[in-house]
Design a protein around this ligand. Structure first.
Ligand code: GLC
Ligand code: CA
Length: 513
């Protein structure tokens, strides 16, 4: 296990929208390099950058055309090297995005695979035996290539699934077992790409749709086995590199697959969703919501099982948001966001901050879909730096921007957040600093539930010698003090009266000792 993960706080960058260094309207690698001091100042010491590879951008780069080539719009391989060395000099690790399940339909491997004559890539993707063979339970693209067969896609139509074989073989005419040579060869192709970037200095990968590899593998037995093999390679040759999975099943991902980290994703009605984003018939029923109508039961029923089962092997990752879902501001007020950050930065695991969430950027509605973003587009708009042209994102004409910037008069920016007492930014920065200062608040001690009862809007837990108290309701609440010590953090006012802590509404307090 790489030691640096223990104290890592990640920052996710959607490169298109971070900072445009050359005025062509789209963010780029030099732009990220320029903003590293800003990221460092916030307290983040690791980055996850969404795909920067050559791509036709039918899915914002998750459709990779050439895994070893940098998309010219972001820069060159030299820019990658400069980014890595600059970041490393500043103590910042860099994870790239690995898309192992599929490629673009313009990838050279696929162009070979769809040819009629047999070649080295014939079995790199999944084709049915003939074009008349199209079982409806599979997502197949039919009748569009020279080769007599239909191919399986993973996500959009332009993303053919790579062949890692099938666990349950239901159509033996074309489904191969997951331990066949062709499937093993696909694993080698992916390992080769991983090695390429790690040899250049990349510190690991966020793995896209990590559970998608082997088909008809409901229990993910064969898929986990592939990842366990990849973890062996990492331990042997890249022991300081890390993998985080887009999976949301830590027992499978971490324990079976050997991932160092697994994301707690927003799946409607699950623990993450009911904490932050649970809309029921338009009404917000999440725990961290202004309506204060939620509770912690779903979250705790998952976490109390998954956390103890995986804590010795890896980390569960809380994220403020990512590029696939509406921004937190769509669900929560500024006050509630600050409470949610207090939670995320004081839980075990490794937290991830999505660019712009540190200043409360808003989810933009009514945007035309960009590069396969659809409803996700509104969370992918340019970073808002200051009050200058295009909010400091780019000097290009507005019409040339990758996506429009937030046009509201009161658009949050870095400039109007920094130094303002009580801003989301200042609050998050304080919390990250506490996490770096105290081992107990990160992974040095266990999560111990002290209080969570349906309906009272309170949440109290211990982390070693610290106790974290939340009151998410509007009203003042009294709780029994668990520890009398130094107040290291507070969001609002509180009073201590003997053994009682009186918390103002929408408040969080952290007490040490
Ligand atoms: C993941 C990515 C998402 C992408 C999809 C297909 O969910 O986060 O952005 O569209 O995989 O690769
Ligand atoms: Ca640019």
């Amino acid at each position: 296990m790489p030691k640096w993960l223990e104290n890592a706080v990640f920052y996710e960058i959607y490169p298109q929208s971070y900072y445009d260094s050359n005025g062509d309207g789209i963010g780029d690698l030099q732009g990220i390099i320029e903003k590293l001091p800003y990221i460092k100042e916030l307290g983040c010491n690791a980055l996850w950058i969404n795909p920067i590879y050559d791509s036709p951008f039918m899915d914002a780069g998750y459709d990779v055309r050439d895994h070893k080539k940098v998309a010219p719009r972001y820069g060159t391989l030299d820019d990658v090297k400069e980014l890595l060395s600059t970041a490393h000099d500043m103590g910042i690790k860099v994870l790239f995005d690995l898309v192992p399940g599929h490629t673009s339909d313009q990838n050279e491997w696929f162009l070979q695979s769809k040819k009629a004559e047999k070649n080295d890539y014939t079995d790199t993707y999944i084709f049915t035996k003939s074009v008349w063979d199209a079982p409806p339970q599979y997502r197949l693209m039919c009748g569009i290539c020279e080769r007599d067969g239909n191919y399986l896609v993973n996500y959009f139509s332009s993303q053919p699934a790579l062949n890692y074989g099938f666990y349950d073989i239901t159509h033996p005419a074309w489904q191969m077992p997951s331990d066949c040579d062709a499937a093993k060869n696909t694993v080698e192709l992916i390992k080769d790409i991983m090695r390429y970037w790690m040899d250049l200095g990349v510190d690991g990968f966020r793995v896209d749709m990590a559970d998608s590899l082997v088909k008809n593998d409901d229990e993910k037995i064969a898929t986990s086995k592939i990842w366990a093999g990849i973890r062996e390679m990492m331990d042997k040759d890249y022991p300081e590199c890390a993998l985080v999975s887009e999976w949301c099943n830590p027992q499978r991902s971490i324990n079976d697959g050997g991932f160092h980290m697994d994301f707690y994703l927003d799946h409607y009605g699950n623990g993450y969703s009911t904490l932050f984003r649970y809309l029921v018939d338009g009404e917000n029923k999440s725990f961290f919501s202004d309506s204060a109508k939620g509770d912690l039961s779903t979250f705790l029923s998952e976490y109390n099982v998954n956390y103890p089962a995986t804590k010795d092997n890896g980390y569960i990752c809380f994220m403020t948001n990512n590029h696939d879902m509406p921004r937190a501001t769509f669900y929560m007020s500024e006050e509630m966001i600050k409470l949610s950050h207090t939670f995320m930065m004081t839980m075990p695991g490794v937290p991830f901050v999505y660019y712009g969430d540190e200043i409360g950027m808003r989810y933009q509605t009514d945007l035309v879909s960009k590069e396969g973003g659809f409803s996700r587009t509104g969370s992918r708009t340019p970073m808002q730096w200051d009050s200058s042209k295009n909010l400091g994102f780019s000097t290009a004409d507005e019409s040339k921007l990758y996506l429009p910037v937030d046009k509201s008069d009161d658009a949050p920016t870095v400039e109007n957040n920094i130094g303002r007492k009580g801003s989301i930014y200042e609050n998050l920065k304080t919390l990250i600093a506490l996490r770096h200062e105290y081992e107990d608040l990160r992974n040095g001690s266990d999560f111990e539930l002290v209080h969570a009862e349906k309906g009272d809007n309170l949440f109290i837990y211990k982390r070693g010698e610290f106790t974290v108290y939340f009151n998410v309701s509007k009203e003042k609440k009294e709780v029994k003090l668990k520890n009398v010590g130094e107040i290291v953090f507070m969001l609002g006012d509180y009073e201590i009266n003997g053994e009682t802590l009186i918390l103002d509404g929408r408040n969080a307090v952290i007490i040490k000792g």
